[in-house]
Design a protein around this ligand. Sequence first.
Ligand code: NIG
Ligand code: FE
Length: 399
Amino acid sequence: MFDGLQTLPQPMVVRIDGARITGLWPEAGFDPAQAEGCREAGRGGLVTPGLVDCHTHLVFGGSRAGEFERRLEGVSYAEIARAGGGILSTVRATRAASAHALFEAALPRLQALVDDGVTTVEIKSGYALDVAGELKMLRVARRLGQPEEGGLPVRVTTTLLGAHALPPEFTSDADGYIDQVCERMIPTAAAEGLADAVDVFCEGIAFSPAQCERVFQAAHHHGLAIKVHAEQLSNLGGAALAARYGALSADHLEYLDEAGVQAMAAAGTVGVLLPGAFLTLRETQLPPVELLRCHGVPIALATDANPGSSPLFMPTLMLNLACTLFRLTPREALAGMTAHGARALGLAEIGRIAVGQRADLCVWDVAHSAELAYAVQPGRLRQRVFGGRITHCRTPEAR
Ligand code: NIG
Ligand code: FE
């Protein structure tokens, strides 16, 4: 009845009771007597699951526009990082900002995602790199998804990314910093219910596989899911390592080799591609899309929205970039920001249009799913339904 995209291939009636989808019928065979109390929401539009942005760094202080200019002059991302800029420059600004200031700065970024159809977003910490600051970031992230606290109607999952970069206090003691991540950050975040997952940056300019493995062990011990930034700038085998620990996802993956793909396939680890970072850093090494396909690794897509490598806050742009840069099909791209994005977060109840799923839906002013990826055009979201409630409605007559 549905195509692989989980969009509706023919006019359908979707029944929603409370927060869930409870019925689906082809419109042709639908008995209007069943329609009492129904409202017509999506006629003539394309209905998709609400978009899932499964990898973002939305909470941060400061701006890296100056660094952007330096990169345009030819200085590389890694060179800037080694000179104490890059992530560490955002760390300085984030440490200096209050929780209130971080929240206020992140809110319009989140609003931009929501206005582009996002109903679930993952937000990472990783720009404070000390215990109190990382917890502060996670609290801000949680609050962003709480409308009663001034946040927005969107599901927020949080990920502790303490092992994102080496903070200046530990310049010659990376293992000492990893001790702090494992012995203080992870246990406290887990005990306070502030993190759903733990992430690490496995890279020459960040942490070694051995250090990442210690973080995975601590995450396991405290019952938190595992994710990894891996194979972005080089191949250290981080994705395979994370897969051995049952990681939900391995993200970036430009330098992933076939052994890594096989390890991910065996573990059911989702491959999250981040075309915004690829574009912004003007990378040339393409992720191994064909190998991921061949081995049946689910491919998710995300914005990676962050101040350095992907200051891009438009999920539907990622659909386009994934097709134009990585040669995903529009169908794959949309599955990457719905069903597979949900899987990358370990969420079984979202990402598809099916009976029993949460009623998180988008109605778009397009006739075919390929149009979503084909044109980069804000304002096509006609309706957004979150947990059965219409939270965005552009056409007054459809209210
Ligand atoms: O996903 N790769 C590491 N972390 C982020 C970049 C963060 C930054 O540059 O501020 C990423 O691309
Ligand atoms: Fe990232």
